[in-house]
Design a protein around this ligand. Structure first.
Ligand code: ATP
Length: 305
């Protein structure tokens, strides 16, 4: 039995002569939520669609629950749940009819009313899909994806366009599934959601994975930040040399530093400021966030382009 619920090694996906995914490894353990992040056009949706079995890989090996998602799609389908970026509902059907229809082609493990209540759509059961709000449609999408209590759930930007209450409800449902042992592969542009929900993550750019690991590993590999207003009348050359500082810039009177050891560098800086009676206006010091890491990846691409 494969150790991973999703196991892609050297995955390549091409549209004609254009290679959108250029040899990525993506190994997701059973029961974890793995976040696949990246800039626009990085290749996330292409990779996920290949794992879902919607397209054939052009290279590498791909297994989902030990099966080839493209060749074994019919066997895999009842065991997976898929929430695409854009749904293709028939607008004239009601919410209840849509679930009924979907129930006939999937293997529902939940009652239809239960799943509507779960997604706070119970009161909309008799409403035509075309009359639903954007957020309600996304919740209906999720209702269909989880009707069968999937072993593997693919979520492609599930909360885009949702209000905070709907986002909260979505994550409650996903947490419930994780508690039941579902494996989740998530793509999102909301980094704080990945930060909260993901066990491990990858950041893609231009078809390759540039950063991957647990959140702690990814953050530890990136420097912390210190920023403050350059004291009045002082030149940047008068600032103390900090032992773990790797970068120092003055942006219109605001000093920004990168540090590989925040506590040590901050101690030296504050000691220096106290001895010199210097005020470090709007002082800010923080460990790298996922957003910082993401911007560094995006900046690298921009610089290389
Ligand atoms: N059907 C297609 N034919 C040709 N090229 C495509 C097709 N679909 C996507 N691409 C290209 O493949 C690359 C990857 O696209 P993809 O949608 O997988 O990226 P993404 O990371 O999901 O982006 P986003 O975050 O904007 O949704 C892009 O350069 C895109 O223009």
């Amino acid at each position: 039995m494969n150790e991973y619920a999703i196991d892609a090694v050297g995955l390549r996906c091409a549209y004609g002569s254009f290679e959108a995914v250029r040899g990525i490894d993506l190994q997701v353990r059973p029961g974890e939520l793995y976040a696949l992040l990246g800039t626009n056009g990085a290749g996330k949706t292409t990779a996920v669609e290949t794992l879902e079995g919607h397209r054939r890989a052009s290279g590498g090996s791909v297994r989902v629950l030990g099966l080839d998602p493209f060749a074994d799609r019919a066997r895999l389908r009842p065991r997976t749940g898929i929430m695409l970026q854009e749904s293709g509902f028939a607008g004239d059907l009601t919410v209840a009819e849509t679930l009924e229809l979907w129930g006939r082609i999937s293997t529902p493990a939940r009652g239809r009313l239960d799943v509507l209540e779960l997604l706070d759509l119970g009161h909309r059961a008799q409403v035509a899909v075309k009359q639903l709000s954007g957020g309600e449609r996304r919740r209906l999408d999720l209702a269909l994806a989880v009707l069968n209590i999937p072993e593997v759930l693919f979520l492609d930007e599930p909360t885009t366009g949702l209000d905070p209450e709907s986002r909260k409800r979505t994550w409650e449902v996903v947490r419930g599934l994780l508690d039941e042992g579902t494996t989740v592969l998530l793509t999102t542009h909301y980094l704080e959601e990945a930060e909260t929900m993901a066990t491990r993550l990858s950041i893609m750019d231009k078809g390759v994975v540039s950063v991957h690991g647990t959140l702690a590993e990814v953050l530890a590999a990136h420097p912390s930040r210190i920023a403050f207003d350059l004291p009045h009348g002082m030149s940047i050359t008068e600032l103390p040399a900090l032992p773990a500082m790797s970068n120092l810039v003055n942006r219109a009177g605001r000093v920004e530093m990168s540090s590989a050891d925040l506590q040590r560098d901050l101690g030296v800086l504050l000691g220096w400021a106290t001895r010199r009676s210097v005020e470090l206006g709007r002082l800010r010091a923080h460990h790298a966030s996922l957003e910082d890491v993401f911007h560094q990846v995006a900046d690298r691409i921009g610089a290389a382009a």
